[in-house]
Write a protein that binds this ligand. Structure first.
Ligand SMILES: *[C@@H]1O[C@H](CO)[C@@H](O)[C@H](O)[C@H]1NC(C)=O
Ligand SMILES: *[C@@H]1O[C@H](CO)[C@@H](O)[C@H](O)[C@H]1NC(C)=O
Ligand SMILES: *[C@@H]1O[C@H](CO)[C@@H](O)[C@H](O)[C@H]1NC(C)=O
Ligand SMILES: *[C@@H]1O[C@H](CO)[C@@H](O)[C@H](O)[C@H]1NC(C)=O
Length: 370
């Protein structure tokens, strides 16, 4: 390998916790900094798509799964759990940063386990999105509203068993962190159907539904949110494989996603004014991935030691009508020499670097103060 291997999880945890322990202040915005970055969260609840799916799709009728090798080749000794990467996802690194166990997939839990878990559950589902119909063409998946329904069911059926005293339950919910990472499949879907879609109208439509679901979570008792914006799909291997010149990003698609992200960020400020008991940590995943790639026009002439245009799996990728790596696909030998593991998802190295940029450098994550 041409670059040093990255530290194991224990080291990451210690490193990041030491860095962030010192933020203490009396003023309100700084207090929120300390809470959101310093986090003493009892639980992490995850809502999203394949970026953070921890295996929910394993239990759904769909071809969009990743519970077979070479997925997971670097996950806890080589387990294909249904994560769309060779190793950990950003949700895993976020849990580790906050000192929580990796968050288990809801669909894989027994009733007994659901009744016993109080450190968080993951509802994220690959191929799904903000709009109810997104992703359904390829099989079952859990849409944003359905994930919130399932969380509501978790409260009613399970958390009320675990926390018998209602004030203990509302305290648990108010102190927990709710991560949301969803929306790119809505863009993939509209782009396939109507490449010239009206970006303003579409962003407004998505945002309206997104905010309805945040308000629902708030009504259910959630107060602290980690909002991850939508990735620059126009620069992903499944898009650039057909671009002209080959390897350049699809700018109109990126601009449309960027517009949604800007509106999302602004609406969080408004949401905070509307509900003064909420706190938001905003994660600019879009610019993180663009930066890792080295910009929008790069076809990678050697500025980065990482291969940032082609996926690790399949090793020879011609843009055939799939965005996954199949059990029969030949993968590259060293996944972490790439930023993309398959044509649509990052490697563990990209996810690890994300956690450093978000929590340690704080260059891409910030607390919404206004
Ligand atoms: C409940 O959770 C505790 C702590 O995580 C664990 O030790 C115990 O085995 C669990 N019990 C069941 C029935 O799953
Ligand atoms: C997109 O939709 C908005 C709002 O409906 C409208 O004002 C705008 O003219 C549309 N843009 C185009 C290019 O059609
Ligand atoms: C939020 O607003 C309500 C009334 O609008 C007020 O009573 C409460 O103290 C405020 N809470 C915070 C944390 O500012
Ligand atoms: C990236 O990887 C692909 C497939 O493994 C390879 O064909 C391509 O040359 C690599 N690009 C760079 C810049 O290393």
């Amino acid at each position: 390998m041409g670059f040093p291997s990255f530290p194991n999880s224990c080291f990451l945890l210690i490193l990041l916790c030491l860095v962030n322990i010192s933020t203490i202040s009396s003023t309100e915005p700084l207090k929120q900094e300390a809470v959101l970055f310093g986090g003493n969260f009892p639980a992490l609840y995850v809502i999203g798509d394949s970026l953070v799916d921890a295996g929910n799709n394993n239990n759904l009728e769909t071809s969009v799964k990743s519970n077979y090798p070479p997925y997971g080749s670097d996950f806890e000794g080589g387990k294909a759990t249904g994560r769309f990467s060779n190793g950990k996802t950003i949700a895993d690194y976020i849990a580790m940063y906050y000192g929580l166990p990796l968050v288990p997939a809801y669909m894989g839990l027994s009733e007994e386990q659901k009744n016993n878990i109080s450190t968080g559950i993951n509802y994220a589902s690959a191929s799904c999105g903000i709009l109810f119909n997104t992703g359904k063409r390829v099989g079952q998946c859990l849409s944003l509203s359905v994930q919130v329904d399932l969380f509501q069911e978790t409260i009613e059926k399970n958390l009320k068993t675990k926390f018998k005293n209602p004030s203990e339950l509302s305290e648990h919910l108010a102190q927990s962190l709710f991560m949301i990472a969803i929306g790119v499949n809505d863009y993939a879907s509209i782009f396939r159907k109507t490449p010239n879609f009206n970006a303003t109208e579409f962003a407004d439509k998505l945002l309206q539904e997104y905010l309805i679901q945040i308000e629902r979570l708030h009504t259910l008792g959630a107060k602290k949110f980690f909002i991850n914006n939508v990735k620059p799909l126009g620069c992903y291997p499944n898009m650039i494989v057909t671009s002209e010149p080959r390897g350049s990003c699809n700018e109109p698609l990126n601009l449309a996603i960027g517009l949604f992200n800007t509106k999302l960020r602004n609406s969080l400020s408004q949401m905070k004014q509307k509900f003064n008991d909420t706190a938001f940590l905003y994660s600019d995943y879009y610019n993180y991935m663009l930066g890792l790639r080295g910009g929008t026009s790069s076809n990678q002439a050697g500025s980065s030691p990482l291969n940032s245009t082609a996926p690790c799996c399949p090793e020879v990728y011609d843009g055939a009508p799939t965005t996954t790596c199949w059990p029969s696909s030949i993968a590259c030998k060293e996944p972490d020499t790439h930023i993309f593991f398959d044509p649509f998802h990052p490697t563990q190295l990209a996810n690890y670097k994300y956690s450093i940029a978000c929590f340690n450098e704080r260059s891409i994550c910030h607390v919404v103060n206004n």
